[in-house]
Design a protein around this ligand. Structure first.
Ligand SMILES: C[S@@+](CC[C@H](N)C(=O)[O-])C[C@H]1O[C@@H](n2cnc3c(N)ncnc32)[C@H](O)[C@@H]1O
Length: 353
């Protein structure tokens, strides 16, 4: 289980007598926000100048096992040193070697950077940015997520695993799903990709960052529109790759999503709610009936037994799958396995068969 640094109180400049401080309150918690990191970890808090990215001040801080929150205080600074400043606060692992998402894994603790704050005393927006190095060949992926507990507007563990898995398939180090590998090989016409329940958009955006000549359509409920648009605007897609967002509610009739047939459908961490699974599978069924060659990649972190109904529904809809696993780090040097399924329609199998 990966742990994410989150702001419980986003940073701001704070005046105390004749000095100014930067203050914030953080925690280190799971994607679900239901558990706190129970290991000591050394962190570095850095005041970064917003426009120039220049480091203005840096200090070590320590998260102790058993904590539920950690106050951050940088300073004191002379008022003249902060006057007119727009800042951002980065909280990252002190051991930079461990602070990367490459070599086919993630760090146990995912670092973050605040939205800009200052020069007024107002706190930063309730957002945190993850800068993820997915491969040495591409620029770090910048993904904003909300600091609160919204299900849709932050990154889930299966998404990190899906990004790692797609990178391995694209670079040819992962070959266990030939249909997926085939769909991700260079082609003449752009690869048509649709992501369902995209949340912040991390998986689809990562794909367009790694793969030239693809058109990625991220879909989700209207509530993600603002955060996903921010992430699309900050993205650096490969040449001739594009990323768009369209609202799509699985409970509503499915509109036409792409100009031509869909090649790849991505679904990450969307099986946690058994009540929504019939609607999700029904959308997958409808999309693949319209694009019979489509491959569906499902990234899944098992959270409870009720999710098993997803596999029955997919089988009944005529899907067959290949399976792989991506290990993510967990506390005490343990490993958490995230499941990857590559689904295709079995030829000649109709729904209900
Ligand atoms: C746990 S989040 C996963 C987000 C993202 N895929 C990730 O892995 O980081 C599940 C996503 O499914 C979306 N979702 C749930 N029910 C939905 C529905 N009926 N129609 C469309 N999206 C839905 C949620 O809005 C949410 O963004």
């Amino acid at each position: 289980m990966v742990y994410y640094i989150r702001f419980l109180k986003t940073p701001r400049f704070q005046q105390q007598t004749k000095s100014v401080f930067i203050s914030a309150l953080i925690c280190i918690t799971t994607d679900l926000g239901d558990d706190f990191l129970a290991e000591d970890v050394d962190l570095t808090a850095t005041w970064v100048q917003h426009a120039s990215h220049k480091v203005r001040y840096q200090t070590p801080v320590k998260w102790l096992a058993g904590s539920r929150q950690l106050p951050i205080l940088l300073g004191p600074f002379a008022p003249k040193d902060v006057a007119g400043q727009t800042a951002a606060l980065k909280i990252q692992l002190s051991d930079v070697e461990k602070d990367i998402l490459e070599k086919h894994t993630t760090p146990l603790v995912v670092s973050g950077c605040s939205a800009p704050f200052g020069p007024s005393w107002e706190p930063a927006e309730q957002l945190i940015r993850r800068d993820l190095n997915i491969a040495s060949t591409v620029r770090p992926l910048r993904i904003w997520e909300e600091t609160g507990n919204s299900i849709a507007r932050h990154i889930w563990d299966a998404a990190l695993a899906a990004v790692i898995f797609l990178e391995q398939v694209i670079t040819g180090t992962e070959k266990s799903m030939p249909a997926l590998s085939q769909s991700l090989t260079p082609r003449r016409s752009p690869l048509q990709v649709v992501e369902l329940g995209a949340g912040c958009g991390i998986v689809g955006i990562a794909l367009a960052t790694m793969l030239a000549n693809c058109e990625v359509l991220l879909t989700d409920l209207p509530e993600v529109s603002e955060i996903v648009t921010r992430n699309i605007n900050d993205a650096s897609p490969k040449p001739s790759a594009s990323i768009k967002f369209q609202t799509l509610d699985w409970d509503e009739p499915t509109p036409n999503l792409t100009r031509g047939p869909i090649d790849l459908i991505v679904v990450s961490d969307c099986t946690y709610n058994a009540d929504s699974l019939p609607a999700l599978v029904s959308v997958l069924d409808r999309l693949v009936r319209g694009s019979p060659g489509a491959v569906v990649l499902v990234a899944l972190k098992r959270r409870h037994d009720s999710e098993a109904v997803f596999f029955d529904l997919m089988r009944t809809a005529g899907f067959v799958s290949q399976q792989a696993q991506v290990p993510l780090p967990a506390q005490w040097e343990q490993v958490d396995q995230i499941e990857m399924y590559c689904y295709q329609k079995a030829s000649g199998v109709e729904k209900g068969a």
